[in-house]
Ligand binder design. Structure first.
Ligand SMILES: [Zn+2]
Length: 50
């Protein structure tokens, strides 16, 4: 079984990890909007994820 986890490290130091990209995308989009007043597309989040 794979336990792949997607992680995005925000430049502000916040680290967000989720096992589902769809969930991570929402978490990161909400973080960016509420903390940085930035609107990220799903593609932006996927580019940042590793
Ligand atoms: Zn941030």
């Amino acid at each position: 079984m794979s336990s792949e986890v997607f992680t995005v490290e925000c430049p502000c130091g916040a680290v967000m990890s989720e096992s589902e990209m769809a969930v991570l995308t929402k978490v990161v989009q909400e973080h960016a909007q509420s903390n940085h007043d930035m609107v990220l597309s799903a593609e932006d989040v996927q580019d940042m994820a590793h």
